[in-house]
Write a protein that binds this ligand. Structure first.
Ligand SMILES: [Zn+2]
Length: 276
C-alpha cells in the first residue's frame, strides 16, 4: 500500500512555487548568468552567516567563533606529566624576540580596558616587533618554558590559529609541590607543534600572524591559572583566571636579568603600530 506523505507533497509544491518564482524574476533579464551569480553569492552568504552565528556559534562576541572550517586538536596532558615527573617549568624566557623580549614591545598590555570591545579588559598581551606594522609576520614564537602542548587549533574569526601549552610550575619554597597553568598563543601564521608534544623552553612552536588578515600582525599571548578552560573572547569584564604575562616572566627571570615593565611600552618605539 502506498501512503502519500502530505508534508512531502506540500514541500514539493512549495519547491515548485519557489522555483517558478525565481524563474519569473530571472527571466526578463538579459544577463541572467550575472543575476544567478549574485543570487548564489547571497545564498552562500546567508548559509555562511547561519553556520557561523547559528550552529557553530560559541557564544563569543569578541574574538570570534568556531566557523564551518574550524579545526581543533587536543589532548589530556596529565598522563604525560605523570609519566615524566621531572619535566617541569623551572626557568623561563619571553615568547617573542630575544630571550628577554629584546626587539619587541607590547602594543596592548594585559588588563587594559578596550573601548573597541565594550570597555572589557584585555586578557592577554599584544606583542609586536619594534619595526611596527606587519614587520613581525612569520617571526618565531617561542615556548616560554618546558611544557606540554594541549591544543592546536584554527578557529578562524578573530582568534585565527591558536596553540595552548600546559606548564608544571614549582610552588616557591616547597618541595615536590607544583601548580599547572596554561600559556595561550594566538593569531598565529603557522603552528609548528602537535598536541601531546613536550616542548622545551625557547623552542620554536609557531610563528606570528594576523589571524587571517583580521589585524596588523602581532602575537596575542595569555597566561591562564586554569588549564583547559573555555577559549573565551580575548576580552572580558573580569580578568579572573588570567594573569599578567610580563609581570610573571619578569619575576621568573629576575635572578638572571633585571627588567622593568616600562621597557616594553609603545613609548619605547618611535612609530608604534596599533594592534586591536
Ligand atoms: Zn590581544
Amino acid at each position: 500500500m502506498i501512503v502519500l506523505n502530505p508534508l512531502r507533497q506540500n514541500r514539493k509544491k512549495l519547491r515548485r512555487n519557489v522555483k517558478s518564482d525565481f524563474a519569473a524574476k530571472l527571466a526578463p533579464r538579459k544577463n541572467s548568468f550575472f543575476s544567478g551569480a549574485v543570487l548564489l553569492l547571497f545564498l552562500f552568504h546567508f548559509i555562511n552567516c547561519y553556520s557561523s552565528k547559528g550552529l557553530g556559534y560559541q557564544g563569543n562576541p569578541l574574538f570570534g567563533w568556531l566557523g564551518g572550517g574550524a579545526t581543533e586538536k587536543k589532548i589530556d596532558t596529565m598522563q604525560i606529566f605523570q609519566r615524566y615527573p621531572d619535566f617541569i617549568a623551572d626557568s623561563y624566557e619571553f615568547p617573542a624576540g630575544g630571550k628577554y623580549g629584546e626587539g619587541y614591545y607590547i602594543a596592548q598590555k594585559f588588563g587594559v580596558e578596550n573601548p573597541k570591545f565594550g570597555y572589557r579588559f584585555h586578557l592577554g598581551e599584544d606583542w609586536n616587533y619594534v619595526g611596527g606594522g606587519d614587520s613581525d609576520y612569520g617571526a618565531p614564537v617561542y615556548s616560554i618554558s618546558n611544557g606540554i602542548v594541549s591544543v592546536i587549533a584554527d578557529y578562524g574569526g578573530g582568534w585565527g590559529k591558536v596553540v595552548r601549552v600546559i606548564h608544571k610550575h614549582p610552588v616557591p619554597e616547597t618541595k615536590n609541590q607544583f601548580y599547572y597553568f596554561e600559556a595561550l598563543y594566538a593569531h598565529l601564521y603557522t603552528i609548528e607543534v602537535e598536541p601531546g608534544q613536550m616542548v622545551k623552553k625557547g623552542e620554536w612552536i609557531a610563528s606570528i600572524g594576523d589571524a587571517g588578515g583580521a589585524y596588523p600582525s602581532h602575537l596575542h599571548f595569555e597566561l591562564r591559572t586554569v588549564s583547559g578552560a573555555p577559549l573565551g573572547g580575548g576580552y572580558s569584564f573580569s580578568t579572573d583566571g588570567f594573569f599578567s604575562p610580563t609581570k610573571f616572566l619578569i619575576a621568573q627571570v629576575s635572578k638572571e636579568k633585571a627588567i622593568h615593565e616600562d621597557q616594553f611600552g609603545p613609548a619605547a618605539v618611535e612609530k608604534p603600530a596599533t594592534a586591536p
